[in-house]
Design a binder for this molecule. Structure first.
Ligand code: FES
Length: 572
């Protein structure tokens, strides 16, 4: 198998000429033959002026590059798409698969024996790992790392759990314009990813637990020296595995590591987006993710990490008490400790090196957890035949069993137009229903599932209501919110036929989500919908058309159908 510069030669019909030409061009950059004979480690560059979560990427590239050189490799940095949550229209999820395709094809097209993927903002690490799994060359994941915390009026603030909480206070008239402006300069006080257990932190933790990143990669703050040392060590390790050609992502993404990841996802109070991304990553390795198994694990695995939005602390505090290795030590009786890691040993070796920090309260024990059950529950019922998810660890306990009257919004636009209308017929016990916000419906399944409390109820002091949709929600949000209803309403899932005034029953302990109408009426309404689905303007060209044609439902990870691996034989 050719390696280094000889890998994947451009087709001119004469391999020797292809190599000659490649060398001739790259020498324009001043490389020596000695440098060009080394194993090559590609390093992704996702720096973008639009992406403050990746603001430290140039520093991390420099550190990773140093690590590659220290180990005798040849670093080569290449650009890929970069996606930031609040700079992506219509929503970052719409672009995740595009980033995965871009990254995969650049890893395949350019000569490299290993790759360091540096990412962080919510969709970027999932996209990069989906890409690495499909390209299947040795890869080391380097998260950009969490921001440090902010401060306001003596209170510690975190993006973006406190963004939502304080914005709700502003909507309710408890904070004035001047103060909310001041707060906007304090919620994100450094580069790096959101420092609560949002999607970025969740995915960094999950990927470290799967052995795809070096120990402590998930938690070291973006601006700490530890972060740069981890990047250097990751570059060094990438050069070593480039020479050895193992382990490849498909050797690390296994049924055992996916199960370990599901356990960690439950124990960290992880983001609901995490289950979609993990499903997509596992799908790239040919491993179907069983949502019911995930739910069963949630009944056995308690939440151990006391971080917002489920708890009180922030990512830097988790780092200071030993990070993921210390959590994995607590979870050891539940994990497959023989799972290999990119560091070279097994999960057991990572745990053996975990720091012991006395008298800490960020990582709880199995005997005295933060919450008795895991972060998430999978719901089924006539409203969600293929499942729905609720983050029960961030929900109001008194609403986990609730029956109420549906108040239906037909689309995100309809919701935005009417939710604060003084004439909206809504009461605190009602259930807010949003449809046409799923993978195809919106499109891209935006984080619109955190429907705001109607302003007239917010002003009465209502802080939470049951809200259900086929949308996603930010991992930083809290509330009694049912998400990812599958099939989505835009393809005729039962959510499409709910009417204002219907009664809906949510029973999280029983894992049920039911529309309380009889079977005959349900079938009649679905039949009417099938005969005349509401008109949607189809995408006619480009990526939007590819997305609409190919995106899978939430329970299948929202990947494109043709990118899944069907088992080892399905490798390209
Ligand atoms: Fe990038 Fe939160 S906005 S991680």
């Amino acid at each position: 198998m050719p390696n280094g510069l000889r890998k994947g030669l451009t087709s001119y019909g004469d391999d020797a000429f292809s190599l000659f030409l490649r060398k001739a061009f790259i020498k324009a950059m001043g490389y020596s033959d000695d440098a060009l004979d080394r194993p090559i480690v590609g390093i992704t560059n996702t720096y973008s002026d639009y992406n403050p979560c990746h603001g430290n990427v140039p520093d991390l590239i420099e550190s990773a590059r140093r690590g590659v050189l220290l180990a005798g490799g040849m670093p080569m940095v290449f650009p890929t798409i970069s996606i930031h949550e609040s700079f992506a229209h219509p929503t970052s999820m719409f672009l995740r698969n595009l980033m995965a395709m871009d990254t995969e094809e650049m890893i395949r097209a350019q000569p490299m024996d290993a790759v360091v993927v540096i990412g962080g903002c919510d969709k970027t690490l999932p996209a990069q790992v989906m890409a690495a799994a499909s390209a299947d060359i040795p890869a080391v994941v380097v998260p950009t790392g969490p921001m440090v915390v902010g401060h306001h009026r003596g209170e510690v603030l975190g993006a973006c759990t406190d963004c939502r909480r304080l914005w709700s206070q502003y909507r309710a008239g408890q904070i004035d314009e001047a103060e909310i402006d001041r707060i906007s300069g304090r919620l994100a006080p450094s580069v790096g990813t959101c420092m609560v257990m949002g999607t970025a932190s969740t995915m960094a933790c999950v990927l470290e637990a799967m052995g795809l990143a070096l120990p402590l990669s998930a938690t070291a703050p973006a601006v700490h020296a530890d972060r740069r040392r981890i990047a250097e060590a990751s570059g060094k390790r990438a050069a070593e595995i480039a020479l050895a050609a193992v382990p490849s992502p498909s050797q690390l993404i296994t049924a055992a590591s996916v199960r370990n990841a599901m356990i960690v996802l439950q124990a960290i109070g992880g983001s609901t987006n995490g289950i979609i991304h993990l499903t997509a990553i596992a799908g790239r390795a040919g491993i179907p993710l069983d949502l019911d198994a995930f739910d069963r694990l949630g009944r056995e695995v308690p939440v151990l990490i006391d971080l917002k939005p489920s708890g009180a602390h922030y990512m830097e505090h988790l780092h200071h008490v030993g990070g993921l290795p210390a959590l994995l030590r607590e979870l050891a009786p539940l994990l497959d400790l023989g799972a290999p890691t990119v560091a070279g040993g097994t999960l057991a070796d990572i745990i053996a090196g975990a720091e012991q920090v006395p008298n800490q309260d960020v990582i709880r024990t199995l005997a005295a957890p933060l919450k008795p059950q895991g972060a998430m529950a999978i719901l089924r019922g006539n409203l969600a035949p293929h499942g729905a998810v609720i983050k029960q660890s961030a929900a109001s306990p008194e609403l986990l069993q609730h029956t109420g009257r549906a108040v239906v919004f037909h689309s995100i636009e309809d919701m935005a137009a009417r939710i604060d209308s003084p004439g909206l017929d809504v009461a605190p016990d009602d259930i807010l229903v949003l449809r046409n916000a799923g993978p195809k419906g919106a499109p891209g399944m935006p984080e619109a599932g955190y429907l705001p409390i109607p302003v007239k109820l917010a002003r009465q002091g209502v802080k939470d209501m049951v809200r259900i949709s086929d949308a996603r929600m930010s991992g930083t949000a809290f509330g009694t919110i049912v998400l990812h209803i599958a099939p989505e309403s835009a393809v005729g899932g039962p959510l499409a036929i709910v009417q204002t005034g219907d009664r809906i029953q949510l029973d999280v302990p029983a894992r049920r989500l039911e529309l309380l109408i009889d079977e005959v009426e349900l079938t009649r309404r679905l039949g009417v919908w099938q005969k005349q689905p509401p008109h949607r303007t189809p995408a006619t060209r480009g990526y939007a058309r590819l997305f609409e044609d190919q995106v899978l439902q939430a329970d299948q990870g929202c990947d494109f159908d043709f990118l899944l691996r069907e088992g080892p034989a399905g490798k390209r």
